[in-house]
Design a binder for this molecule. Structure first.
Ligand code: CA
Length: 426
């Protein structure tokens, strides 16, 4: 099916701000609570949220085979499980309905009133119920930097890293949408020079600049997904902040890996941008350094050129961008990640979330965590108002943003913004 929704010359009859992340070519999917306290599935054009449940009830999707309640859900899981043909049909139809040359909805004031919301009339929810969450570790620059600091500068990258996308199974219960604050976690940590741990709030609270992809029902138990088919099981992507407590992490991570230093919170942007909408921004990823085993070998361009940034806003000053990176720096592609994840027969379901791992570039101004920006806390990062940070402080707000841009169109993800609250008193 053609991606008519991507037509870069299409204009909409809605009033859309210049340089919006959400032009009519984007048409992401999300879940929101309306002014009438109803949860619905919707999309966004410019600064309007569009109620897809209401549009469907009014008959605007009558030519697409959809169940009556497909959009009257608390999550996108069922819609995603319907598969790529459905996602494409709905995106194409939304593009047509809001096209400046289509009169159907444009001239129906009553229906417009029903389906359109301004952003201050809605509250974004988690877009999917995340069944399983996996976090990869796929930026070579990040893995190298962490290896240098946590282990051995001479052998920073472990031998397996260049042969397989390394990852771990995370915790889905603490994944929250943008705007939900997170308490500073507490736990065990080992003071410098001591061999006995102490208990207390983390002093090394960190963000991780990541993106995540959301899958549809992909495979049955025992069946691997071939790397060249993997993208057909990827619905779309969000910005993903994998909150980390470095002091807890350092004490606990040997031998089984991340646990309480990681599972207290992850924050995601609420609009899932489809892989289809990102099609014009396809690029080649880094060339493999080692010859890959056949199940990980790919031919076409499997990465995407997505500009990423992180800003910190202390309580009483303006926010400041502290790093800029790009999704295309990822050594392992999403296709390779999904092929590797399933090669042993592990099933992947609709609404599963797979995070990229921290996306660092090669230069210090493109590092994707405070651990790297402050080089293990050995130097400070300057903020507006004369403040400095080694890690994240209470009442700081951390915001990740991401967008793609070429000479014709900008496709963005909006933001994921999270305030850190003081530790929860025991
Ligand atoms: Ca991570």
């Amino acid at each position: 099916m053609s991606l008519k929704a991507n037509n870069p010359s299409r204009k909409t009859w809605l009033d859309v701000p210049d340089n919006t992340d959400f032009p009519i070519q984007n048409i992401p999917f999300g879940v929101f609570l309306t002014r009438d306290d109803i949860i619905t599935i919707g999309t966004r054009i410019g600064d309007f949220a569009i109620d897809l449940g209401a549009l469907h009830q009014l008959g605007y999707f009558k030519d697409i085979p959809l169940t009556d309640d497909i959009f009257l859900q608390d999550t996108l899981n069922d819609f995603i499980a319907d598969g790529r043909k459905t996602w494409r049909s709905v995106r194409n139809r939304v593009a047509e309905l809001f096209d400046v040359n289509t009169d159907e909805l444009k001239s129906n004031e009553k229906d417009k009133e029903t389906v359109l919301f301004t952003l201050d009339e809605i509250e974004m929810q988690m877009p999917v119920q995340v069944g399983d969450y996996t976090d990869f570790y796929s930026s070579k620059e990040h893995a190298t930097n962490v290896g240098k600091m946590f282990r051995d500068p001479e052998n920073a990258l472990l031998p397996n890293w260049l042969h397989a996308p390394i990852g771990y199974h995370g915790r889905s219960s603490s994944i929250v949408p943008s705007g939900i604050p997170i308490h500073r976690p507490q736990g065990q940590k080992l003071p410098k020079g001591s061999d006995e741990p102490i208990f207390g709030p983390t002093r090394q609270l960190d963000f991780e600049l990541e993106m995540a992809f959301i899958t549809t029902d992909s495979n049955l138990l025992g069946e691997p997904i071939p790397v060249e088919d993997a993208e057909s099981y990827i619905f779309g992507m969000v910005l993903f902040n994998d909150w980390s407590a470095r002091d807890l992490q350092k004490w606990e991570y040997v031998p089984l890996g991340p646990f309480l230093g990681k599972n207290f919170g992850c924050s995601v942007s609420p609009w899932i941008v489809t892989l289809d909408a990102l099609e014009p921004f396809r690029v080649e990823g880094p060339k493999p350094i080692k010859k890959l085993l056949p199940y990980l070998q790919t031919t076409d361009k499997k990465s995407f050129d997505i500009n990423l940034s992180v800003s910190i806003k202390p309580e009483n000053t303006d926010e400041m961008v502290i790093t800029k990176s790009n999704f295309k720096y990822m050594y392992w592609s999403m296709s390779q990640q999904l092929a590797h994840h399933t090669v042993n027969g592990c099933p992947v379901n609709s609404g599963d979330m797979m995070a990229s791992g921290t996306i660092s570039g090669s230069t210090p101004d493109s590092y994707g965590s405070m651990l790297e920006l402050s080089w293990g806390g050995s130097k400070t990062v300057k903020l507006n108002g004369g403040e400095e940070r080694r890690y994240i402080e209470d009442n700081d707000t951390v915001t990740l943003r991401g967008y793609c841009q070429n000479h014709e169109v900008r496709i963005g993800f909006g933001e994921v913004s999270t305030k850190i609250l003081p530790v929860f008193k025991l």
